[in-house]
Design a binder for this molecule. Structure first.
Ligand SMILES: Nc1nc2c(ncn2[C@@H]2O[C@H](COP(=O)(O)OP(=O)(O)OP(=O)(O)O)[C@@H](O)[C@H]2O)c(=O)[nH]1
Ligand SMILES: [Mg+2]
Length: 472
């Protein structure tokens, strides 16, 4: 079967089905949040999950798919008029086209609705009849969760803390120079505010590039359609005492408050608070490859991100949620196809250890949690290579840089994850006794049978944990 034919199968779209948009009352809706720091693998995960729910041949671990309870799955127009639709067709075309490539980076929240018709098998099924379950998948940047901390801070507190932090960072040099020329008590003018905000945003980008995750306000890095608006045009100023009316300081303070009420709160209210199930993707392998500092930084960022799922962490959020909670959270180490499956347990153990502190403190208000290693799109095959008389378990795939096929050995992950984490915590520059090579594979050309979605590792298990219980 040719790619076009398969694609046509996967792309079964809205038109074919002719389902009414407004769901009957009895229909159930599951809102699945997909998050992770930038490049964690959110877009690939969602794209592959959709293909594998539309075509369930590779989903034996999703029990209602395996036993035939899911009878039909189709894409629906997105129910929220103001949220961009997840661009499934474009991302799928990138991954399955004649020259497969990874999808573009995405910079804002997006959403897509998949509807499933479920008919329970056996005697019970005959009694209960079919039902429809809508799965609303919401893709949002993990960085936005970091902004929750701002709600507890005044402008003065935030500015003092931020300036303290960047005092020793070389990335902040240009901004600090700019700041020296700014007089907080002077009358406000837009050009000064813009100049300061631009220099501050420049610092945030440089800090992010350098691997720092403490880069709030998060929307300065991913402004989307709010770029240039006053709520995104402020910066921390050195000041003590109350600002005079009409001063630069007073306006900066006002804009900081506007950012909280117009940017941070709407995100938590409109998206975060409505999520039932959540997957948090973590590129732990990428961080290990980048070295101890990156792994330690990832640990810190994850702890802060996950505090959004902690009950009572923030009074405003607690009131907003009114006891509603995320029922299940899956922590997934992404891109596990970079490792031979013999090493997947070690990767999962590292993920668990990485999140342990956050998990112990949070306990996620009673949400069920699970950690696993997955690959949303498998770009490699396993290969055992003879090397100096030994056999080595490798993975082989097409290298992104050269376009050539190669077998790679990624390094040996320790059985005890603390061997890596404690080295990272101590601030070491490099790993002591191991070498982890960075690998970048291109997506493999698709060869799939009718009825199959994209090749993956454990995506079916992930789906079973996240939604399987709601499809019976
Ligand atoms: N080998 C392999 N690489 C993957 C997989 N998933 C993601 N990647 C790699 O990770 C990169 C980022 O994946 P995306 O899905 O775009 O990540 P994202 O979290 O949506 O990134 P942003 O939109 O930039 O925040 C891809 O370009 C691939 O290089 C996977 O399952 N296997
Ligand atoms: Mg993305």
């Amino acid at each position: 079967m040719g790619i076009g034919e398969i694609a046509g199968d996967i792309w079964r779209g809205v038109e074919e089905v002719g389902e009414t948009l407004t769901a009957p009352f009895s229909d159930q809706v599951i809102r699945l949040g997909v998050t992770g720091l930038s490049r964690a693998g959110k877009t690939v995960f969602i794209t592959s999950l959709i293909t594998n729910l539309l075509n369930r041949g590779r989903m034996p671990g999703l029990l209602p798919a395996a036993d035939g309870s899911i009878t039909t799955v189709y894409l629906q127009p997105q129910p929220d008029d103001t949220v961009p639709r997840f661009d499934y067709e474009t991302h799928l075309a990138a991954l399955t086209g004649p020259a497969p490539h990874w999808p573009e980076s995405t910079r804002a929240v997006s959403q897509l609705r998949l509807s499933m018709r479920v008919q329970k098998q056996g005697m019970l099924g005959a009694i209960s009849g079919p039902k429809t379950v809508h799965l609303d998948i919401v893709d949002y940047p993990g960085e936005w969760l970091l902004d929750l901390g701002l709600l507890d801070q005044s402008y003065a507190e935030w500015a003092a803390e931020t300036l303290d932090r960047l005092a020793t960072r070389p990335q902040a040099e240009a901004f600090l120079k700019h700041l020296d020329g700014a007089e907080p008590a002077a009358s406000f003018d837009e050009t000064t505010a813009k100049g300061l905000a631009a220099a501050f945003t420049g610092y945030l980008h440089a800090a992010r590039e350098a691997g720092f995750y403490d880069c709030t306000p998060g929307r300065f890095l991913l402004p989307g359609e709010m770029e240039g608006s006053p709520a995104l045009t402020f910066a921390p100023l050195r000041a003590n005492g109350r600002p005079e009316r009409g001063s630069l300081l007073a306006e900066m303070e006002r804009r900081f408050e506007a950012y909280k009420s117009r940017v941070v709160k709407p995100f938590f209210r409109d998206h975060f608070a409505r999520i039932d199930r959540q997957v948090v993707l973590v590129d732990a392998l990428g961080a290990i490859h980048s070295g101890p500092a990156a792994l330690e930084d990832l640990r810190g960022a994850m702890a802060r991100i996950l505090s959004a799922f902690r009950p009572g962490r923030n009074a405003w959020l607690t009131t907003l949620l009114r006891g509603k909670r995320v029922e299940k959270i899956l922590f997934a180490a992404s891109k596990a196809d970079h490792l031979h499956h013999h090493q997947h347990p070690q990767l999962t153990a590292i993920l668990e250890a990485l999140l342990r502190e956050a998990k112990d403190r949070a306990d996620f208000s009673g949400a069920a949690t699970e950690a696993m290693s997955i690959a949303a799109l498998r770009a490699t095959v396993e290969e055992t290579v003879k090397h100096n008389g030994d056999t080595v378990d490798c993975v082989s795939g097409i290298l992104l840089d050269t376009g050539k096929r190669a077998a790679m050995y990624p390094g040996t992950l320790p059985d005890d994850p603390n061997h890596l984490l404690s080295v990272a915590r101590k601030g070491a520059d490099q790993w002591l006794d191991a070498d982890y090579s960075l690998m970048r594979f291109a997506p493999a050309p698709v060869t799939m049978k009718r009825g199959d979605g994209l090749p993956h590792i454990r995506l079916d298990k992930a789906a079973q944990f996240l939604i399987g219980d709601r499809l019976i």
